[in-house]
Design a binder for this molecule. Structure first.
Ligand code: ATP
Length: 503
């Protein structure tokens, strides 16, 4: 698994998916740039999400709000006061860590230990194995799971109370050590606000403190009435948005899993008060199905109901993905109540209510949020599809089995040789197909090497033009996953590519 993660990172770099930001200056930590293929894949993920939200649902519309917002927004949302991480400083190593992450890591390790025992027992008992019963009765597994639960509950309590002494006590009691030095010499626990600040205005005295938005959601809430009125939307309805968010993450690690500048794809769904939990369940199910239908393997997803709730939520769950470093949050689904709209009413003095013609009453709607990290989804796609395959002839190939709908290039058009009019014919095919699909012309190197290169970037189809093509106007189509080759008339290419790569 660790190897897989290393391979994903180096593959992403080698094939133009992801580069460290400002790499020539040795990079900026936890900030990344998307290369020529990364930009395409990212756009395709966005489009895939955007279409499933705003095209397949008549009652969901889009929005593109600014990153910079009136600073009062962040007072109303609670981010100025409460968007804090408790930090631990280690005076020896001069390193800082997020306390909750350290404790959660510890809890995760206990879970892994329990899962290992369970897997062993499963092997031993075969078909007769009753997992639930085993969890209840095996003393070791019971202890691991029990300890884990207790740790998470205590962590939840200390974080909601913002009681830093509690977090510190927990760290000491669990004897959690500095992950790098192994030292247990923690010194101080402090709060640290996650928002990036910036200034608006020419001179230092007159400048206004602004923040780069730490979530895209607030742009939706402050526009709730604009969209509802101008779009004549009736509750229930949703507003979807894709955009950058910024968090001054202190434990920024795991490649693009936790970044300081990242992108979110969020949808806020406005419902009648009292109906929110029903909608919450519906969206949980809908979103999980959406992920599973992408084809990365259903076993790679699981739902995790939150034991600790944020101040604005009355129910919350994560859709977790099995990343190379284990199951981690990919998407959050939160029942945010009327917390945000009410707070914006209070701070702005403007009403944010909906007149419900059926109920004949005004109310502040309740909100269900589905929020997915675009970059995390990108990482899930790469790590689930990067494969080393043994071939029948004893060779191996590296192949990125991207869902075709997401692949940066849909088809590569390859003249078998660089002469005899084959390049011209291939170029003509490119010129016909390029209006409908992203296709790429490639004539460099032997055909086998070109196939390998396209496999490695994840191109689903290779179209080879050979001498026979000049005579019969047909070409060879090679399918990335099966490596099967088929002779087809050029006139059928469009429908073949469409069928393979459709939404
Ligand atoms: P985590 O617990 O991993 O920090 P979170 O619960 O703070 O995440 P939310 O505030 O619910 O995350 O944000 C919604 C989604 O945005 C997450 O599910 C995740 O996919 C993505 N996300 C959040 N923080 C980051 C980040 N620093 N880098 C990349 N994606 C992020």
């Amino acid at each position: 698994q660790e190897d897989l993660f290393k391979n994903v990172i180096s593959h992403a770099k080698e094939y133009g998916y992801i580069f460290a930001s400002s790499e020539i200056y040795d990079g900026l930590s936890a900030v990344y740039d998307y290369g020529q293929n990364g930009a395409e894949l990212k756009n395709n993920i966005k489009e895939y999400w955007w279409r499933s939200m705003t095209q397949l649902h008549q009652n969901i519309v889009g929005l593109d709000a600014a990153i910079l917002m009136h600073p009062t927004t962040w007072k109303a949302s609670g981010h100025v006061d409460a968007f804090n991480d408790p930090l631990i400083d280690n005076k020896d190593s001069k390193k800082r860590y997020r306390a909750d992450v350290l404790v959660e890591d510890h809890a995760e390790k206990l879970l892994q230990k329990a899962e290992k025992e369970i897997a062993k027992a499963k092997k031993r008992f075969g078909d007769d194995f009753d997992e639930e019963m085993y969890k209840e009765t095996n003393p070791r597994v019971k202890r691991y799971l029990g300890e884990r639960k207790e740790i998470l509950e205590r962590l939840a309590k200390s974080l909601t109370n913002e009681d830093l002494a509690d977090v510190k006590a927990l760290i000491e009691e669990l004897e959690i050590a500095d992950p790098e030095t192994g030292s247990r010499n923690w010194t101080e626990v402090r709060q640290f606000n996650l928002m990036f600040g910036t200034k608006l205005g020419a001179s230092a005295e007159s400048a206004t403190q602004l923040y780069l938005r730490p979530e895209t959601a607030q742009g939706i809430f402050v526009n709730f009435l604009n969209v509802q009125k101008t779009g004549r939307m009736k509750i229930p309805f949703g507003i979807a948005q894709i955009g950058k968010a910024f968090r001054n993450e202190i434990v920024a690690r795991q490649f693009i899993f936790r970044m300081r500048e990242f992108e979110q794809m969020e949808m806020q769904f406005f419902v009648r008060p009292g109906e929110e939990l029903e909608w919450y369940e519906k969206w949980k199910e809908t979103r999980l199905k959406w992920h599973k239908s992408l084809g990365l393997g259903e076993e790679n997803y699981r739902l995790h109901d939150h034991e600790k709730l944020a101040h604005y939520a009355n129910a919350a769950a994560d859709i977790e993905f099995d990343f190379p470093f284990g199951f981690k949050e990919l998407e959050g689904i939160h029942s945010r109540t009327d917390f945000d709209l009410k707070a914006h009413e209070e701070f702005s003095g403007k009403k944010l209510r909906f007149y419900d013609p059926e109920l004949k009453e005004n109310y502040v709607p309740y909100v269900i949020e589905t929020s997915i990290g675009l970059d995390r989804m990108f990482l899930s796609v790469l790590s689930a599809t990067l494969k080393e395959e043994e071939l029948e002839d004893g060779n191996t190939r590296t192949v990125l089995k991207l869902p075709a709908v997401l692949a940066p290039t849909k088809a590569a058009i390859l003249p078998l040789v660089k002469k005899d009019g084959l390049p011209e014919m291939a170029q003509k095919i490119v010129d016909e197909l390029k209006w409908d699909f992203k296709v790429q012309y490639d004539e460099k190197d032997a055909i086998g090497r070109r196939y390998r290169r396209q496999d490695a970037v994840g191109t689903p189809l290779c179209i080879t033009v050979d001498h026979e093509s000049l005579e019969d106007n047909s070409v060879t189509v090679r399918f990335r996953d099966s490596m099967e080759q088929k002779r087809v008339p050029i006139t059928e290419l469009e429908s073949i590519i469409r069928k393979e790569t459709d939404f």
